[in-house]
Write a protein that binds this ligand. Structure first.
Ligand code: 6PG
Length: 228
């Protein structure tokens, strides 16, 4: 487990962008390309805007999504739109290297299956946020997606609006290195439960990423014994 506590939200975005950039560059050196899954929500925006300024090997990076809300790609709640505005429109990212989930499709299960067929053999990296209930991507507490070992992508209904979503499952993230990010006091309990609690992943799905790298701000770290 590695937890970096940033003093401010800006410092969090700086650190997370630096780390993500380094991890991508390392993977491209190692295997010639890097497959990255991006989460949605509000935390990634400042990170991706900074990443867009990095001199990355843009033609060697394939961009996927950890989850998507079941809305059209230009909707304000669309994770694709968020990533497009923060990164793809600001850096020389070839459009053919962006693999978005078709959240707008009414046939959600088929959309999930179709996306599964687009996934790489291994998703090298994932930028993941954590919800106040301990969810990551759209893998919510008590959801069958938490223990899904076969289907890499599922259509799920969750408590966070908009309710219907497409999400990668743990089956799609085997061998993935996660960079977990969390900002604000609202996340403090979830971060503690994920990093130091003894509840199972079915209750705190982000616990699955306990052994990975975390970048959190002081408020989100405020309940961590290891930091106090
Ligand atoms: C989503 C996200 C979700 C997010 C967390 C944290 O599509 O909603 O993928 O898992 O990362 O809910 O959201 P915030 O960054 O907005 O706090």
């Amino acid at each position: 487990m590695s937890v970096h506590v940033a003093q401010t939200a800006e410092a969090l975005a700086e650190r997370a962008a630096d780390r993500l950039g380094s991890l991508i560059a390392e993977e491209v050196t190692r295997s010639g390309m890097c497959a990255v899954a991006l989460c949605g929500g509000t935390t990634p925006g400042p990170i991706l805007r900074r990443l867009a300024q990095a001199g990355l090997p843009w033609t060697r990076i394939r961009w996927y999504f950890a989850d998507e809300r079941c809305v059209p790609p230009d909707d304000k709640d669309s994770n694709y739109r968020g990533a497009r505005e923060a990164l793809f429109d600001r850096a020389p990212v070839p459009a053919e290297l962006v693999f978005r989930m078709e959240g707008e499709r009414p046939d959600r299960d088929n959309a999930a299956g179709d996306y599964a067929r687009k996934l790489p053999e291994r998703m090298h990296l994932a930028l993941l946020g954590i919800g106040e209930d301990g969810h990551f991507a759209s893998v919510f507490p008590g959801s069958p997606a938490v223990e899904e070992a076969v289907r890499p992508v599922m259509a799920v209904q969750g408590p966070k609006p908009p309710p219907w979503r497409l999400t990668l499952t743990p089956a799609a993230l085997r061998g993935t290195r996660a960079l977990m990010v969390a900002a604000g006091a609202g996340k403090a309990a979830a971060v503690r439960r994920a990093l130091e609690g003894d509840e199972p992943p079915s209750a705190v799905p982000s616990r699955l990423w306990r052994a990975h790298e975390w970048v959190v701000d002081r408020a989100a770290a405020s309940e961590l014994k290891a930091v106090k």
